[in-house]
Ligand binder design. Structure first.
Ligand SMILES: [Zn+2]
Length: 283
């Protein structure tokens, strides 16, 4: 599932590629994921120009010049492709099967298309008044953004003071505490911090606490630089894979030797998802 670096990659690319463009029409063959309804959606976006793009956790927000915004969640396998005359027939678009599950298309008057490919069809697109975006339940409940300056050790210690029995591996996935981290980056961040995912909050020492937030930010920034990672289905708006997977220390490397010490990487389920760790480098 796309996490902060993948979603931010999309937001930054959309900002460069579609701002200023005017929407001519929309098409969908999976209308139940177009909210509040396909006809309302069409009415609210047709004829509008794209003003800008933003991100809230893993939500993409595309603001229009008519006081409406388009809020999008990629969920498991959703991703946007931006196609125009020059790139429409590139191999990434025509030969990569992951880019072939197009269920929604926004067409601009200059012929550019914003296409949503989604094999599992869980992703959703929702129009609403721009002023209402921050009142959307899944946005209201978000904790601080993992890359924002106000996501600090003090914040984390404060919000975790009532969750002392929980495992740090579960905490990192909780969007109501930290927005943007998912399964991949929690494993990598805890490896960098040298902390086992099974550790309970109450057992973290004064030497360990200061390592957590910087490790999270470091791994997310590095992933962002590499356009995230394609653990299967994520593609950027050019239809290309992220390159972060080449730098993974633990995620997806169960039964392989640790890149730092050679110990075999282990995996465990926490919060119904697999977390990977080195039993030697992480305490
Ligand atoms: Zn190791």
């Amino acid at each position: 599932m796309p996490e902060l670096p993948e979603v931010q990659t999309v937001v930054s690319q959309l900002e460069q590629k579609i701002v200023g463009k005017k929407i001519k029409d929309v098409w969908s063959d999976w209308k139940k994921k177009i909210l509040p309804s396909f006809s309302t959606f069409t009415k609210q976006v047709k004829g509008a120009c794209i003003l800008g793009t933003r991100r809230y956790g893993k939500h993409i927000v595309i603001d229009l010049d008519n006081e409406y915004s388009l809020v999008v969640h990629l969920k498991m396998t959703g991703h946007f492709l931006v196609k125009d005359e020059a790139n429409r027939t590139t191999k990434a678009f025509t030969e990569d099967p992951v880019n072939g599950y197009i269920h929604h298309i926004v067409t601009f008057i200059d012929g550019t298309t914003l296409e949503f490919s989604d094999m599992r069809k869980f992703g959703w697109l929702h129009t609403m008044k721009t002023e209402e975006v921050e009142t959307l339940a899944s946005i209201v409940s978000l904790g601080r953004d993992a890359l924002s300056p106000n996501f600090t050790e003090k914040y984390l210690r404060d919000v975790l003071s009532g969750k002392k029995k929980q495992m740090i591996g579960a905490i990192l996935l909780d969007q109501n505490i930290i927005a943007g981290i998912g399964n991949i980056y929690r494993s990598e961040a805890l490896f960098l911090a040298g902390i086992l995912p099974t550790r309970r909050v109450e057992t973290l020492t004064k030497n360990e606490w200061p390592r957590i937030v910087p490790a999270i930010k470091k791994v997310l920034r590095q992933a962002l630089k590499l356009h995230g990672m394609s653990d299967g289905d994520f593609r950027d708006t050019d239809g290309l894979e992220g390159r972060f997977q080449q730098t993974l220390y633990v995620y997806g490397r169960g039964d392989k030797p640790c890149k730092k010490c050679g110990t075999i990487i282990e995996r465990k389920k926490i919060g119904q998802r697999s977390v990977f760790y080195c039993p030697h480098c992480q305490k």
